[in-house]
Design a protein around this ligand. Structure first.
Ligand SMILES: *Cc1c(COP(=O)(O)O)cnc(C)c1O
Length: 348
């Protein structure tokens, strides 16, 4: 069953006709020997775009973050990250399991940056009782929210005071750049290492890129091999990533616009029930209402997973019309979320 609208994630995108043609035409070689011209072109292009010395094409965002942590840390070292950070919560504890690198989670702000007092308090002094703190990790965007340059620069300053590295999980870095109205290299600038997903909103079928200094990427290259991520004629995949970088970055603004339009319409029907954040909308329906809506939409071949609805290149304006027409009757009957009811009760 092909669905008319799949809002479960921006990972569900299908390669477009243009991307398939780029894959078809890709020149390839053995990337373990550094011989694949398409992989090399992707790495050089994104390194230049993000203002870093070097880049490494890797299998996934999870592998990219893991390689970054292993490259910044030795066994017995630790990384600091937000409680809700993808690389801490949603990557199977890889750095601890495979690298003997201890996580030190701290309070995370809603925009994916960290409470700097919490970071400062978590940094360990040089004392044999403690693991050695080596790197701080931020995420941009986090849950669709972008944090601005000021927060990143303050974190950078704190890291410099303590001799720590700073890593960005920028799975959706290009969405953050759009939201902040700055060039992608400005978002990447404060960080020693940056991970970017090609397989989310950019619409490539596979792959992420890890970026940093030449010496950092040299270490990362060995670790990628160790983790089984050394691929051979990977140019067929890199060509898709390069096509995405050249054709699918500017159009992210369309996803953000559609997310806003959907949130506005839902809020007109049920005040305060929807919040847009870059290419996502978070709905605050009561759980029975959400389950009812999910079943109803499923019958119309519209897929949602939960309260997070994600917009991507597989969803055009007519798909949004289709979604809204099938939401209308139900959402108009939903009660606004509790806080909204309390607030409107107070103000009346
Ligand atoms: C998706 C995602 C990852 C991991 O990417 P995979 O390719 O699914 O392993 C890491 N961080 C964030 C913020 C993500 O959204």
């Amino acid at each position: 069953m092909t669905s008319c609208v799949d809002l479960r994630s921006d990972t569900v995108t299908q390669p477009t006709a243009g991307m398939r043609a780029a894959i078809q035409a890709a020149e390839v070689g053995d990337d373990v020997y550094g011989d694949d011209p398409s992989v090399n072109a992707l790495q050089e292009t994104i390194a230049a775009r993000l203002g870093k010395e070097s880049a490494l094409f890797v299998t996934s965002g999870t592998q990219s973050n893991l390689i970054a942590l292993l490259a910044h840390c030795e066994r017995g070292d630790e990384y600091i990250a937000g409680q809700a950070a993808h690389l801490y919560r949603l990557e199977a504890g890889g750095a601890a399991v495979l690298g003997g690198v201890q996580p030190q989670p701290v309070e995370m702000l809603a925009d994916g940056s960290l409470n700097l007092d919490a970071v400062r308090a978590a940094i360990k002094p040089d004392d044999p009782h403690f693991a050695r703190t080596r790197v701080v990790c931020l995420e941009n965007t986090h849950a669709g929210k972008a944090h601005g340059l000021e927060r990143a620069l303050k974190t950078r300053q704190l890291c410099d005071e303590h001799g720590l590295a700073l890593h960005l999980d920028g799975a959706r870095l290009f969405n953050a750049a759009h939201a902040l109205g700055v060039a992608p290299n400005v978002v990447a600038a404060p960080y020693d290492s940056v991970s970017v997903c090609l397989s989310k909103g950019l619409g490539a079928p596979v792959g992420s890129v890890l970026l940093g200094s030449r010496s950092f990427i040299h270490r990362a290259h060995r670790l990628r091999k160790m983790l089984g991520g050394g691929l051979r004629q990977a140019g067929v995949l890199a060509a898709a990533g390069l096509y995405a970088l050249n054709n699918h970055v500017d159009r992210l603004a369309d996803d953000h616009r559609r997310a806003e339009r959907v949130a506005d319409t839902l809020n007109a029907w049920c005040p305060g029930c929807a919040e847009p954040a870059t290419n996502m909308v978070f709905v605050a329906f009561e759980s029975e209402d959400l389950q009812l809506l999910k079943r109803h939409l499923f019958e119309q071949r519209i897929l949602i997973r939960g309260p997070r609805w994600v917009f991507h290149l597989g969803i055009d304006d007519s798909a949004v019309d289709c979604l809204m027409s099938h939401c209308a009757a139900l959402v108009q009957r939903f009660r606004p979320p509790l806080e909204q009811r309390v607030e409107s009760g107070r103000s009346s």
